[in-house]
Design a protein around this ligand. Structure first.
Ligand SMILES: [Ca+2]
Ligand SMILES: [Ca+2]
Length: 226
């Protein structure tokens, strides 16, 4: 796989999460179109034309809201890049300025999104089974090693698989954006009954990849945003 692998484990304060006691594990792998071990594909945003008509490959999911389904790059939305020179040619979710989409899920131990052209004004809101709500902004993600939130349509720091897990199961996710746009190519997940990475495993991944962030940041290319 021609990709860059980067991993970060971050606590609540590093991501500016709303509940002080919550812990979040976040991984981002640029251009990782394959699923992480244990994950099942939930949707590739095929179907339509409304969000309610999107096809789900797993039961217990539904999608509502004011976001749009797009194929290809438009004036307001960029198809997620799958390498420096290739794009997702299928339909994807685009959350444009002031819009949102709510994904109701079964209880999940982790969820991943193939994101495109991450922007600082994108946001992910997780409603957890313990009753708390955690908001992760694009700006917070962009501060993590190996990530940026400058809206680049082609960079491996803004296009790739973004995976979240918390210290409580995920119950629903709200995608929102205060500017154009938040693009998501697919969603994959591990249900709460499935396996989740042990803390020791995450720690080893950090030790393995922790030094790559600064190197890769320097190689980051300035590119057009959408
Ligand atoms: Ca698709
Ligand atoms: Ca974007």
């Amino acid at each position: 796989m021609k990709s860059t692998t980067l991993t970060a484990l971050v606590g609540a304060t590093a991501l500016c999460l709303t509940a002080g006691t919550a812990q979040a594990a976040v991984t981002f792998i640029g251009y990782q179109t394959s699923l992480t071990a244990g994950e099942s594909l939930v949707t590739g945003f095929e179907g339509g034309p409304t969000l309610a008509d999107v096809s789900f490959l797993e039961s217990g999911y539904s999608l509502t809201g004011t976001a749009t389904l797009f194929t290809g790059t438009t004036r307001v939305s960029a198809a997620p890049a799958t390498s420096a020179g290739t794009r997702d040619t299928t339909q994807y979710l685009s959350v444009q300025k002031g819009k949102s989409a709510t994904l109701d899920t079964p209880l999940l131990s982790s969820i991943s999104f193939y994101i495109g052209s991450l922007d600082s004004w994108n946001s992910f809101t997780f409603n957890l089974a313990n009753g708390t709500t955690q908001v992760v902004t694009g700006a917070a993600l962009g501060s993590l090693p190996g990530m940026s939130a400058n809206g680049s349509q082609t960079s491996f720091t803004t296009n790739g698989r973004l995976t979240f897990s918390f210290d409580s199961a995920i119950d629903s996710v709200i995608f929102a954006s205060s500017g154009n746009a938040l693009e998501i190519g697919d969603i994959a997940a591990i249900t709460a009954s499935g396996a989740i990475p042990e803390p020791a495993a995450w720690t080893m991944m950090i030790m393995g990849f922790g030094g790559m962030g600064s190197l890769l940041r320097r190689r980051q290319l300035p590119l057009a945003r959408a």
